[in-house]
Design a protein around this ligand. Structure first.
Ligand code: MG
Length: 252
């Protein structure tokens, strides 16, 4: 049969999929790249990233980060980095659509309350904050609690671990699209906190602000840095930070 020669794995006489060059079960459709999966983290030690991850922090140094006045100066020890009052830090590398993994721990010693307890933040593209806060037995305004899209959406549930324990964020982010000055499509984010879904393909209203309504008042580039917040020197720790650019098998 001719179809066996040209398409040994599938078919070449089936209908075309809508808006696609490929047929149903198309034998010529490219195979997805192979990625070796990572391993899960435990409280004792971070897991291994998947084989195609871009490592932003592996516990050793801040060579991929910069700070307020050039060098990133957060404390690095025992496989983690810790906020120390020297200001926000951000990655030298800029990226857009991504799968991002990071782990953080609020200070074991409980100090302060509401927004004043273990506050930090993960700023996607340097603009869109997923809140980091000690939200374990620590009430605060809902759209500012742990894993909130700050000032916009509370997480679906509070999945916090106790202060001092390592927690995970797995974030799936789609950058906003602009055409000239016009917003074509907002940013979307899915967030999994400690294995629990807390935002599902949530449209973001605009760059994060404080006490104001967020909006896409001006366009920005398609990529940006990952920024981590130094909020008044709250000694939040981070470890095992990596991302994978989101690219489909057809775009590789
Ligand atoms: Mg914050």
């Amino acid at each position: 049969m001719a179809s066996e020669k040209t398409a040994p794995l599938g078919y070449d006489d089936t209908p075309f999929l809508p808006n696609s060059p490929w047929r149903v079960h198309d034998g010529r459709r490219p195979q997805p790249r192979i990625v070796t999966p990572g391993t899960p983290s435990t409280q004792e030690k971070p897991g291994l990233p998947p084989s195609d991850a871009v490592i932003l922090f592996d516990g050793r140094d801040l060579s991929r980060w910069k700070g307020r006045d050039g060098k990133a100066r957060w404390l690095v020890q025992d496989g983690y980095m810790e906020v120390n009052g020297t200001g926000n830090i951000e990655t030298i590398e800029h990226f857009g659509d991504c799968q991002l993994h990071l782990e953080w721990a609020a200070p074991a010693e409980i100090k302060g309350s509401s927004q004043g307890r273990g506050n930090s933040g993960v700023f996607l593209m340097g603009r869109y904050e997923i809140q980091v806060l000690d939200g374990y037995n620590n009430p605060t305004y809902a759209d500012g609690m742990t894993a909130a899209i700050y000032g916009q959406y509370p997480p679906l549930v509070n999945a916090c671990r106790k202060p001092g324990e390592w927690q995970t964020y797995d974030i799936f982010f789609v950058a906003p699209r602009f055409e000239g000055d016009k917003l074509i499509s907002p940013a979307y984010v899915t967030v999994v906190h400690n294995g629990v879904l807390v935002h599902h393909h949530q449209a973001i209203m605009g760059p994060t602000g404080h006490r104001r309504l967020a909006s896409y008042s001006e366009p920005h580039p398609p990529t940006g840095p990952l920024m981590l917040q130094d909020h008044g020197g709250d000694k939040v720790r981070y470890r095992n930070i990596w991302y994978r650019p989101l690219k489909g098998y057809d775009e590789a």
